[in-house]
Design a protein around this ligand. Sequence first.
Ligand SMILES: Cc1ncc(COP(=O)(O)O)c(C=O)c1O
Length: 426
Amino acid sequence: MIDRGWRKRLLGNRQLSPETLMMGYGYDPFLSERSLKPPVFHTSTFVFRTAQDGKEFFELAYGLRQKRPNEEPGLIYSRINNPDLEILEDRLAIWDEAEANLVFASGMAAISTCLWAYVRPSTVIVHSGPVYGGTDFLLNRILPQFGVTPIGFPAEGGTKAMEEAVDRAHALGSIAALYIETPANPTNGLVDIRRAREIADGLRGADGKRPVVIVDNTMLGPLYQTPMAHGADLVVSSLTKYVGGHSDLIAGGCSGTAAALEPIRGMRTILGTMCDPHTGWLLMRSLETLKLRMTASAEGARTVANFLAGHPEVASVWYLGSLPADHPDRPIFERQCKGPGSTFSFEVKGGEAEAFAVLDRLEVIKLAVSLGGTESLASHPAAMTHSDISPDEQLRLGITPALIRLSVGIENPDDLIADLDQALRR
Ligand SMILES: Cc1ncc(COP(=O)(O)O)c(C=O)c1O
């Protein structure tokens, strides 16, 4: 009898690739009427065979005892667990090279649930900048209301800026987390994850534990960056972007070791920030084409970025694939990233009026926030996604009025170039 084990990752001695595993990993058709694809488990609750089963499932879900060898957590209630979410989480963990993953209702649900699980009043979070506008709002406007102090450092300041921020934070209290968004949205600034982990390893909080290193991997993940391999404890991402990939859903994920995810799992159960089964099913469908989509859009982005770099109306292009040899981010890019991805920003000559005029003239590329979908999108970070940041701080972080963020999709890149050219020239 051939072993068709539903969590099989080896074929003989051969380690199967993530893109191969996305077609069936973690799903047993014989548990679901032999259906090739996982059904959508549209149910709020699950029936226990016996009261004893119910008791044991809750003991595990609420962390009242350790899992026995080979014990699988039983299904209870879709706020706690659901087959679509469990299969999806197993598949996302493969991409992130993590032990486990949890899925959420949005990227912000993932980030906030993760932070609620790790920060406490009077602790400090050291974070890179810029970060996505919603994350910035959470760190700098909401968490301080609960006694948590954010200390930011600019990604472009390099290791020195990170170390100085840690010194300032240390003087204020116990550091609960180093939160890093790399590449940064919208500047593509890079932060050295390995260095962040070394710094965290040298610190101890009041509870004797070191700060947790959290990396937002939305911009390159999961294909072009694997933060766990560089020392991250937790990897958060907006699955709304590349993983969903079709701009038709909102979701988030958090990968890590099972132990690091445990407090987040408990927090998700109580806050109810989990993903819903239908969205989970859509994400599994998207994962089957993830590599194809990300590869195609990365190729298109290279062509479009090269075109923009030579355009007379363009002042600068912040594309990771063309970092000059002497740029301080270049060694980090080479060590940490597997490719430049397909989201980057560029500055037009002029300011906000000139940038708005270009955006308003685009015909193929849609004027919308978000990124990572099959279609190309353009937006104005200073006036849109990052508008909660004060103009001075925006400038300090490199979010200038002339900056346009472009997410390149999988259209014919020559059509995108023609569209940008007519928008820039008129
Ligand atoms: C880098 C980054 N992190 C997090 C988020 C938040 O994700 P969501 O919109 O799915 O809540 C976004 C959204 O644009 C983002 O760009």
